[in-house]
Design a protein around this ligand. Sequence first.
Ligand SMILES: [Cu+2]
Length: 177
Amino acid sequence: MSILSFVRSRIFVALLVLGVALIVAAACGDDDDDGETPVDAVGETPPAGETPAVGETPAAGETPAGAATTVDVGLEEFAVNPAQDAAGAGALTFSVSNDGTIVHNFRVIKTDLAPDALPTANAQADESQLDVVASAPEFNAGETQEVSVDLDPGSYVLICNIAGHYDLGMRAAFTVE
Ligand SMILES: [Cu+2]
């Protein structure tokens, strides 16, 4: 019994000394070289492990339920310039700005045809043969029209369908994933 308590007391002293030694070492370590900092920084790189969380964001294709996506589209002579060429399915608002100098309009057409391969009639894309899912009437240069629509996955073409404008290049592909 007494031996055991003796041993215990020795172990206690040993641990006490070791503890003080560690504290001193730690204190010196902090004061010393900043050279260690980089090492620590690298060691902390683990946050990189958190990056995957950001990586999960790829659900970019999928619009969070209830969260409408806005896609900016610029119209000019003669082009349709969407800020992005794809979006997730669901509620979507095209914020269409007439960046040109003349009147334009806007059509969202669901089609598997290439942007430059739509059927035409009278110098316009023939809407009677197309699935126009959303549109904005003619609006002046400098103005912006908001066009909201619920889109299913698929291929779309965004155009201005004022006579001649489609043929002159006012068309762009848009994909809904
Ligand atoms: Cu136009």
